[in-house]
Design a protein around this ligand. Structure first.
Ligand code: SF4
Length: 290
């Protein structure tokens, strides 16, 4: 967690809690059972007060921020009062919004300049719940998505690509198009090799080179259906060139690294680079030279 807002950074976020009600097998920041909600709440309200009014965007993250309960809405209202031009990006597993009242309260804070990043790990409950390690989490997240959609809250679906979900990736576009056509963005995300991924490496880690076909099919199909799809956290050298237009510089600046060999790469300026925090990188990382 940063202890101050840095307007030159691409990653200003309010850390709400280390606690979470999911136990995702590839979590990059494993949850802690700590009674930290009050302390972080006070600190975050001060950070909002100290933020420059021209701050372009501000994340809200954890852990699971909705564990803060109604004080999350106090915090969002405070941001909207102090920083009316700042985009809010709330990262949540969405389960709390299965309660329609919760979704209504969030929407009442004002849906403009607010986007919720919500992970959907698969197109079916069994696979999603195996990843979150919480039975019923898929149904709650889906209900949450519908309730948020009902109140016009902006949604970015986030799919972290792992050995546990890559095979069904080609089925995801059809599922999203038919069931969640109201989402604004879909982000397909490379895995950071840290946290629980180290512990569960055999089950979750897959070299991005080994799911290129499935990724290409999913991105192409989503794009063909005019959905706004992006690829996050995967360097250009591990992607087929046809996916480069979808690849974003998505890794937080303080977590990004380039290797010495990257200085020979024609695409370095456009490339997201690599997670400095990852213990393992793809075997496909090599300079692009044409
Ligand atoms: S060699 Fe480095 S800069 Fe080039 S695409 Fe790969 S990671 Fe990016």
């Amino acid at each position: 967690m940063r202890d101050k807002i840095d307007i030159s950074s691409n990653d200003n976020a309010l850390f709400v809690t280390s606690q979470c009600n999911n136990r995702c097998v590839m979590c990059c920041q494993p949850p802690l059972q700590r009674n930290d909600l009050d302390g972080y709440f006070r600190r975050n309200m001060e950070l909002i007060d100290s933020a420059p009014p021209e701050l372009p965007s501000l994340g809200i993250t954890g852990g699971e921020p909705t564990l803060l309960g109604d004080r999350l809405f106090d915090m969002i209202r405070h941001i909207k009062t102090k920083l009316p031009n700042t985009e809010i990006h709330l990262l949540t597993n969405g389960r709390a919004f299965a309660d329609k009242t919760h979704a209504r309260k969030l929407a009442a804070c004002g849906v403009e300049k607010m986007l919720l990043g919500i992970p959907l790990h698969a197109d079916n409950a069994a696979d999603h719940d195996a990843i979150t390690q919480v039975r019923g989490s898929f149904n709650e997240t889906m209900l949450g998505l519908y309730n948020l959609g009902r109140y016009d809250v902006g949604i970015e679906l986030r799919v972290v690509l792992t050995r546990m979900n890559y095979r069904r990736l080609p089925k995801l576009p059809n599922f999203i198009y038919r069931n969640l056509p109201f989402v604004e963005f879909i982000s397909l995300m490379g895995l950071e090799y840290t946290g629980y991924t180290i512990k569960n490496s055999d089950a979750v880690w897959i070299d991005p080179l080994d799911y290129r076909a499935e990724l290409m099919q999913a991105v192409t199909e989503l794009h063909d259906w005019r959905m706004d799809v992006s690829v996050f956290n995967l360097p250009r050298c591990v992607l087929p060139e046809s996916l480069w237009p979808f690849a974003r510089k998505s890794i937080s600046d303080w977590k990004t690294k380039y290797l010495d060999i990257c200085s020979d790469c024609m695409e370095q300026m456009e490339c997201c680079g690599l997670f400095a925090t990852s213990r393992v990188q793809s075997r496909g990382v090599k300079p692009i030279i044409k």
